[in-house]
Design a protein around this ligand. Sequence first.
Ligand SMILES: Nc1ncnc2c1ncn2[C@@H]1O[C@H](COP(=O)(O)OP(=O)(O)OP(=O)(O)O)[C@@H](O)[C@H]1O
Ligand SMILES: [Mg+2]
Length: 236
Amino acid sequence: MALLEVKDVHTYYGAIHALRGVSMSVEEGEIVTLIGSNGAGKSTTLRTISGLLRPRQGEVTLRGARIDGLRPHEIVELGVSQSPEGRRVFARMTVHENLEMGAFSRREKVPRDDYDRIYDLFPRLRERTAQRAGTLSGGEQQMLAIGRALMAKPSVLLLDEPSMGLAPILVEQIFEIIRTINQTGTTVLLVEQNALMALGVAHRGYILQSGEIVLADAAAVLAKDEAVQRAYLGGD
Ligand SMILES: Nc1ncnc2c1ncn2[C@@H]1O[C@H](COP(=O)(O)OP(=O)(O)OP(=O)(O)O)[C@@H](O)[C@H]1O
Ligand SMILES: [Mg+2]
């Protein structure tokens, strides 16, 4: 049984039919990437999984149990947490307070170690624990958004374009960190426009086009696929 499964999901914004029967699965321990151009429906897929949007048709299951229809906080409590597109951190709260908010769903006293784990992944955040999040650089805010999502101790981490707007050196670092997060036991569903990097780190991938999955395969196979190269890897 897949850890997370999306089955024939149709999601609308009013009359706009954004997801047209999307099906995909994520197995325990995997990094799965969802690739597509602007407007393909990548963020809509993540928002449907995390309960911010309700599918009009289809199912989302976690370990076989339906989660579509649950409220977003209930889905976080079940172990699915999202780092949203555009690094939406709480600007007026400090770095540390943002991490505290990430652990809110756990309803327990959060051990010091859990913060240390995030600060070990992102040493830049450790140096800035008392700094207001709104004054962090773009890259630092991205790190904080990921760290905050990890504080929920998710079984599945949903990442929406973690490399967006970052300098190449930081992009490399972020992907390295995603690999580390995965190797330390967190399953990852990664949405990216940077197909080359995403396929480099992922085990499997799905290509989304106008709300439909048009291709699904091992990441290494997709990276060599001619159509994928032409459309997403700048090849010709
Ligand atoms: N709040 C909204 N209201 C109406 N339409 C929306 C809304 N959000 C997204 N859409 C539409 O749904 C489609 C899918 O959008 P989505 O944000 O999922 O794309 P995406 O693949 O994440 O793109 P990007 O790479 O630009 O982030 C687009 O056509 C978009 O215009
Ligand atoms: Mg998006």
